[in-house]
Write a protein that binds this ligand. Sequence first.
Ligand code: DLL
Length: 432
Amino acid sequence: MGKFYQQETECMPREEIRKLQGERLVRIVKHVWDNVPYYKAKMEAAGVTPDDIKGLDDLHKLPFTSKEDLRETYPDGMLAVPKNQAVRIHSTSGTTGKRVVKYYTQEDIDCWSECCARAIVAAGGDENDIVQVCYGYGLFTGGAGLDGGSHKVGALTLPMSSGNTDRQIQFMTDLGATILCCTPSYAAYLSECIVERGYRDKIRLKAGIFGAEAWSEEMRHDIESKIGIKAYDIYGLTELGGPGVSFECEEQKGMHVNEDHYIAEIINPKTLEQLPNGTQGELVFTNLTHQAFPVIRYRTRDICVLNDAPCSCGRTHIRMAKPMGRSDDMMIVKGVNVFPSQIETVLIDQGYSPNYQIIVDRVNNSDTIDVNVEMSPERISDNLGRIAEMEKSLVAALKAMLGIYVKVHLVAPKSITRSEGKAVRVIDKRKI
Ligand code: DLL
């Protein structure tokens, strides 16, 4: 296998991609109009019928879909095929409200697996590889998605699921895993354990495919240098089918959107206008091929930028930057927008580990923000003056990045709980 899983599609000339997207859009709009009364009603309310959608240029006429729509129609009000044609569901964690359930036909699962296979091959994987999947299996899409991709590639799959770090490292060394798939925060934790336990020279990992949460370039470099791998980003969300909506190639300069299956747009979240490529805004996706549960113009709440410049890897599909985080993750502290990823960038830049927790509170009607940061064993000091100095220098660096005062507390190594899935970075006591 070369460096592409489906070269013809992945490197298709842009005019052809647009044409294919236009044809598929016409088809999918007709499919939801005919099969999902909720969509039909939404389109009627927006004054649009399938006859108005003749190609990609008509996309803007279609109403958006939001998480609220999916909750309102829970559990199967947006199912677009008879239920006996669906063969699987996956679901969101439901931490912020009712769960969202996504249904799949067998064909939907095959397309999804192909999207993940593209990501594995782009990370240098082929049938000779051993892929250790430590994303959670079950309702979460991470485990099943990368597992499906690994099978399509013909690699040997280790379906580890998340957790049990001792067993992860044992299998990794005994079976010689070459590609690691997990969240970046778990990858950071695993790398830390591998180095500390003296396994750095016993592992055979060459690449990692990390996603499901925002992570900074600094965190990438940290993981890459610690265990000597190349770390690739992968993006997706349950509502769209799971991981593999987009993935990084060897250039590691943005994630190629699988445009034969998804249309990506950036909108201004306030005015809902489409924004030109290169402008930061909210990511919106349309499922083009999903049969069981297609979503049209789904508002992800992820803040991002699209880049249509050609990529030297040969793939022609548009790239999305690393999302800064969700607009719902964005904290407004003292009137300033703060993303956890900005804080992470500063911490790692200053030589700290990616183990931190942000605590936001309101004291006497005024916002406060505290960051607990672990000292690394090399930096640990019992000299209180030295600790105060280190804290002061972090406060200054955070002020330069965010423009506000952030109180910093250096805490003992290993005192912040490690994550096996998505890390909990922020505790906002104002919301409790
Ligand atoms: O996290 C699907 C996934 C699994 C993606 C494994 C990649 C790897 P959800 O749990 O529905 O689905 O969460 C989706 O996670 O809207 C983003 O806010 C965030 N997210 C996912 N991938 C990335 C990434 C899975 N690479 C939500 N960078 C999305 C930043 C990401 N954020």
